[in-house]
Write a protein that binds this ligand. Sequence first.
Ligand SMILES: CC(C)(COP(=O)(O)OP(=O)(O)OC[C@H]1O[C@@H](n2cnc3c(N)ncnc32)[C@H](O)[C@@H]1OP(=O)(O)O)[C@@H](O)C(=O)NCCC(=O)NCCS
Length: 186
Amino acid sequence: MFLHSQRLLLRNFTASDLEAFLACRNDPLVAKYQGWSLPYPRETGEAFITEMQDIHAPKQGQWLQLALELKETGTLVGDVAFCIKDDDVRQAVIGFTVASAYWQNGLATEALTALLDYLFEDIDLHRVMADCDTDNTGSWKTLEKLGFRREAHFVESLLIGSEYTSEYHYGLLQREWRARAAFRNC
Ligand SMILES: CC(C)(COP(=O)(O)OP(=O)(O)OC[C@H]1O[C@@H](n2cnc3c(N)ncnc32)[C@H](O)[C@@H]1OP(=O)(O)O)[C@@H](O)C(=O)NCCC(=O)NCCS
């Protein structure tokens, strides 16, 4: 898999990404609203990269995670992911992470724009979904900036550690993405 945007390559992980990937996963700022607990083990990172480096095409029910590499420096600055639903080949869920040193520079928006172009235009998805902790302002602002619609607010619905957190669920349709793209291009 290989996509690109103005500043980023979206590509398969390789073994040389391990240290930067572990540093990002072990950053408490990055992990705060995510499903993994700290410390994120080295062996888990190694297994993750081994699995991801060999996936070259999407498969229903399987997460495909792409590394975000800054073109200018070759630095790993995060990842984006998607999973096509098991029971519907035209719907997917996405996830995204940017290393905290690079936050609020438009990188998540840029990477997700490239990913959404791929999902809606290259593989013809009908609908893309995402969810996040209601306190994760950076996440829901990014989704709303891209045109995602807040479709649900689940209250104390997800057990993280010993606490129930609340979630927003978002959705975006292919025709909505195309309407925004037409607007962007005129
Ligand atoms: C969520 C995340 C990917 C955003 O990455 P980013 O590269 O900083 O996002 P962008 O720079 O493209 O910002 C997109 C919009 O969100 C806003 N935003 C981003 N982080 C924000 C924050 N912490 N607080 C308030 N607004 C924020 C930006 O200002 C921008 O809106 P604007 O253009 O109207 O000003 C990043 O904070 C992150 O990786 N967090 C940890 C992992 C995570 O929670 N991932 C999401 C899981 S659901």
